[in-house]
Design a binder for this molecule. Structure first.
Ligand code: ZN
Length: 329
């Protein structure tokens, strides 16, 4: 699917289908639809009767295979599912481990695919998304592939955080940057998706439309519940941390990071950037908060993101990050 803010970029790449580089890195912040874009470009390249725009026809045999997830000349390397734990009853009810990386086996598994001739006598396309999830061994294995490009083969890497990719990989890809759409265009698109309060969710998502839609439809009120508690003086640290850990760690840490940023912004320019619906509470807190304390809290939250996948004790972890709030209410 090509989103309205991507049409010019898509036209530019699709018009060069004969001379595309052998590797591209599509990067830009989360929630801009980069993977949707890459999938459409891949399908368009494999389609037997593409439209003039370069988009796939959706009708031919290649398109049907692609949409069913079994086109023989396409591979999507993504996060690996963990093996389910089999035997013990103790694991019942525990949520499945969330896969967080792409291992070397996933890259090695491409070698057979890359060296046999294509099934449809056309192109061969590999999508690696999210590419910043490649672990060190997988990145090394991929580097070898990038150093020996094959004819009629396109490697597409998609990344929200290209800084986490090895420089040697970045330098072997043509960089394609995705920018934020204009606010009016993004708000119109959200309104068309029946999202109420489009400006609020767009602000919360830092301007990224798909992230704004995800927040509007999937958050289920957890953000508002946490922030209400955050701004109530009588609520204890325990109550706060219990509310926070109902969300995935990266989610609630993200809300706190925006809250801290908003407090700094309120101190400096008098209005928040993200939590527009809590402007009054933020203003009250900003008056009581010390700027240097806020900056060190922001630093603490940034560092916490790295530990968020494996906190030893979720509640203690949350309490340590929420504690600085108490002095500001
Ligand atoms: Zn087609």
């Amino acid at each position: 699917m090509i989103h309205p803010w991507q049409t010019a970029l898509f036209a530019r790449l699709a018009s060069r289908r004969q001379v595309l580089p052998h590797a591209m890195l599509l990067h830009g912040r989360a929630g801009l639809g980069k993977t949707d874009f890459a999938l459409t470009l891949a399908q368009g390249l494999l389609c037997e009767t593409p439209q003039d725009s370069g988009e796939p026809c959706g009708q031919c045999a290649a398109c049907r295979w692609f949409e069913a997830g079994n086109h023989p000349d396409f591979r999507w390397v993504s996060l690996q599912e963990e093996e389910p734990i089999e035997d013990d009853a103790a694991s019942e009810g525990k949520s499945k481990k969330v896969p967080t990386q792409i291992g070397v086996d996933a890259i090695r598994a491409l070698s057979g695919f890359m060296t046999t001739s294509t099934h449809r006598q056309g192109m061969r396309v590999v999508l690696i998304a999210p590419a910043d999830a490649l672990n060190a061994n997988a990145a090394n294995a991929l580097l070898k592939t990038l150093e020996e490009p094959l004819p009629d083969t396109l490697m597409m890497l998609v990344s929200d955080e290209p800084g986490r990719l090895a420089a040697t990989i970045r330098s072997r890809c043509q960089n394609v940057r995705f920018d934020l759409p204009a606010a009016a265009e993004a708000e119109a698109w959200l309104a068309h998706q029946d999202i109420a309060e489009a400006p609020l969710f767009l602000a919360l998502a830092g301007g990224a439309p798909l992230e704004a839609r995800r927040l509007a439809t999937q958050d289920g009120g957890l953000r508002v519940a946490l922030l209400r508690l955050l701004s109530s003086p009588e609520v204890s640290l325990t109550q706060l941390s219990e509310q926070a850990i109902r969300m995935p760690a990266l989610q609630w840490i993200g809300w706190l990071q925006r809250w801290a940023h908003d407090l700094v912004e309120h101190k400096l320019v008098g209005h928040p950037r993200y939590h527009l619906d809590f402007s009054e509470a933020l203003g009250h807190m900003a008056q009581r908060a010390d700027l240097y304390d806020l900056l060190s809290w922001e630093q603490q939250l940034r560092e916490a993101r790295r530990l968020a996948h494996h906190p030893l004790n979720a509640r203690l972890f949350a309490e340590s990050l929420l504690a600085p709030i108490l002095a500001m209410r």
